[in-house]
Design a protein around this ligand. Structure first.
Ligand code: EPU
Length: 339
């Protein structure tokens, strides 16, 4: 096992900011991952499992623990039925290569989550989602090393505490589990309308009326390329804020002042408000705040243009959160995990 010390984290995070990790190792098997977590515990140190680094930001101080880069691979069909296929995926597999593979197999369920950077094992942590699909819809179970019990466990979908961009892995149980594989169930039925608004609009504009997982994937890749910056070219962590969930009374109150405010009713009492729209109303779209550029394609995304450190990013973040709180009385949350 090769453990290195004092490794600059910015080389491993798409935001290209932050301090160093005291220890860093690569796990290629569940046993290696368990051993590294166990060793950390023996030294009373935390561990952090890193996938593609596309949804994680690091503080400027040294991370006083071990960062474990997950390279556990393998994509295996474990059940193939007339209407569906169940696939087990090593947590270190590249997410988009997995999506491509399943789309090439004619399977539906994750095709709208095409072109999302990162690894398969990171997907359940923030319940990755895009264009009407989220991993919680297709995940059957996952395997993880449980540092509390010091053993491998299998957790069913309903044990993961999924909600919008959230799970227990980043919430109540943060720091406890190291995910080593995910098992997903995908459908052999063709994707059917109605599609997510932006995808439907794309199909209408392109006169598309024959839908396959591949057609949806190609549309999503095109839409994303027009709205979201490529982290390989412009350092960013995708959506930097979650969309806001507000209660009915607050929504009724806000539309008196902001009659054009877009919203999605999520249940009888709650509405989802696009945070990108809130940021736009503050005239922040395209602005440079402490070296962070509010992306013109989607104001939810912050691009590290010239920030020197995490504290620049935090200053930009706090300014945006504060302005939204003062203007709308809505408290928005950061989406990337913080280590
Ligand atoms: N909007 C604006 N201005 C903006 C951005 C959005 O007015 O700058 C409003 C528009 O009304 C638009 C609506 O927000 O119709 C929705 O916008 P979009 O479809 O671009 O999605 P989003 O809510 O901004 C979320 C996810 C994205 C995901 C897209 C598509 C979150 C935090 N973000 O963004 O996920 O790709 O939906 O499904 O939920 C990510 O998590 O990193 C990510 C990119």
């Amino acid at each position: 096992m090769d453990i290195r010390t004092n490794i600059p984290l910015k080389n491993y995070l798409t935001m290209k900011l932050g301090g160093s990790a005291r220890f860093m190792g690569i796990a290629t098997t569940p046993d290696e991952l368990a051993m590294m977590c166990r060793n950390a515990k023996l030294q009373s140190l935390p561990f952090f499992i890193l996938g593609g680094g596309s949804n994680v930001i690091a503080k400027d101080d040294t991370y006083n623990g071990i960062v474990i880069r997950n390279r556990i691979l393998g994509i295996t069909v474990i059940d193939d039925q007339p209407m569906h296929t169940v696939i087990k995926v090593g947590a270190g597999e590249n997410w988009d290569e997995l999506v491509k593979k399943t789309v090439d197999m004619g399977l539906s369920g994750i095709e709208a989550m095409s072109a999302i950077p990162g690894t398969a094992g990171a997907a359940p942590v923030q319940n990755v989602g895009a264009y009407g699909q989220e991993i919680a819809d297709t995940l059957v179970e996952l395997e993880a090393y449980d540092a509390q019990q010091d053993k491998m466990v299998t957790l069913q979908n309903n044990e993961c505490g999924f909600s919008y961009r959230h799970s227990m892995f980043r919430g109540s149980q943060a720091g406890r589990y190291g995910i080593v594989s995910i098992t997903i169930k995908l459908s052999k039925a063709a994707p059917k309308p109605p599609f997510y608004e932006a995808v439907q609009k794309y199909f209408d504009e392109h006169g598309t009326s024959f839908f396959t997982p591949g057609v949806v994937r190609d549309a999503v890749i095109d839409i994303r390329a027009s709205k979201l910056p490529d982290p390989k070219k412009l350092p960013n962590s995708g959506s930097f804020f979650k969309n806001a969930i507000i209660e009915d009374w607050q929504y009724q109150d806000l539309i008196k002042t902001w009659p054009d405010m877009p919203c999605y009713k999520i249940d009888a009492h709650n509405y989802k408000i696009p945070t990108g729209w809130l940021i736009e109303q503050l005239d922040l779209k395209g602005m440079l705040l402490h070296g962070m550029r509010v992306h013109t394609g989607n104001a939810l995304v912050l691009i590290n243009e010239s920030a020197q450190s995490y504290s620049d990013l935090a200053a930009a973040r706090n300014e945006i959160i504060g302005k939204i709180r003062d203007t709308f009385r809505i408290y928005i949350e950061q989406e990337p995990l913080e280590m």
